[in-house]
Design a binder for this molecule. Structure first.
Ligand SMILES: NC(=O)c1ccc[n+]([C@@H]2O[C@H](COP(=O)([O-])OP(=O)(O)OC[C@H]3O[C@@H](n4cnc5c(N)ncnc54)[C@H](OP(=O)(O)O)[C@@H]3O)[C@@H](O)[C@H]2O)c1
Length: 252
């Protein structure tokens, strides 16, 4: 590893990959990483005005491609595009996720496959492709976006929860395997925060969540991003294999 390579992520001029960067938390992460000076590559199934405007504003430092978590080949192709475009990967944020709420006994087999495919297999495939690039570049950081569903039981989300718990244990196992390559791997474990995913939570459920939360409110995507960017930064240089819960205290 050259000194330049070691300094790349610390200076904030490295290359960051964010899955699902078109909306909600992913969008906040893309905006903040670009503002910090990172080159940022992201994908989602569809583009939108934010993606178009960002590509116009940052033609040299922003890259978006259409890709679907449900298609592992899409993810490998995306990683190859990033390598061609930016030559390296220093930070991977496994942000994109898909929530489907339904009681376990009536959930169709296809739906279970989709939930595991999108929320667990996809981050595994993307992490392997990006970690190989990080090894070549002398190191890096992986941050998985998990969920408090991974650490507490909730009705109607058992399969999603199992996939998120898998992301947490993936982080611990990879921290052991990849530490020697100067790669740190951690999870952020968010509670409920305002986003497109939670936009259709009923008023009654929202009230219930707020009542059970010591801080009395849902979180914001900015607050979750603060934790992600901390773990990505040199301030977390000795943190690996950990899960950082950001939930207003609802699981305490
Ligand atoms: N919101 C919460 O309260 C909460 C709580 C705990 C954990 N989380 C986790 O936090 C992360 C971000 O959540 P969020 O609320 O910001 O999600 P969101 O509002 O639903 O946004 C998801 C992003 O991922 C992309 N995406 C979704 N399905 C995809 C697919 N099959 N292939 C490729 N891209 C896909 C979406 O773009 P397209 O639709 O165009 O593909 C979008 O950019 C997720 O991992 C979620 O599980 C959220």
């Amino acid at each position: 590893m050259t000194e330049d390579q070691a300094d790349m992520p610390r200076d904030g001029h490295g290359v960051a990959v964010v899955s699902g960067g078109s909306r909600s938390l992913g969008r906040v992460l893309v905006e903040r990483l670009l503002a910090e000076g990172w080159r940022v590559a992201t994908f989602s199934r569809t583009g939108n005005e934010f993606i178009e405007q960002t590509a116009l504003k940052h033609p040299d430092t922003f890259y978006w491609e259409a890709a679907d978590l449900g298609d592992p080949q899409n993810l490998r192709d995306f990683s190859r595009s990033v390598a061609r475009r930016f030559g390296r990967v220093d930070l991977l944020i496994n942000n994109a996720g898909v929530l489907h709420q339904e009681l376990f006994l009536t959930t169709a087999a296809k739906q279970i496959e989709t939930l595991i495919g999108n929320n667990l297999l996809a981050p595994i495939v993307l992490t392997q492709a990006c970690a190989r690039l990080m090894v070549r570049g002398g190191g890096g950081v992986v941050v998985n976006i998990s969920s408090i569903n991974a650490i507490r039981g909730y009705r109607g989300v058992a399969v999603y929860a199992a996939a998120k718990a898998g992301m947490d244990s993936l982080a611990r196992g990879l921290a052991r395997e990849l530490g020697a390559f100067n790669i740190r791997v951690n999870s952020v474990v968010p509670g409920f925060f305002e986003s497109d995913m939670t936009a259709n939570v009923t008023a009654v459920n929202r009230e219930r969540i707020q009542h059970r939360t010591p801080l009395g409110r849902l979180g914001t995507a900015e607050e979750i991003a603060d934790a992600v960017l901390f773990l990505a930064s040199p301030r977390a240089g000795f943190v690996t294999g950990q899960s950082l819960v950001i939930d207003g205290g609802i699981t305490c």
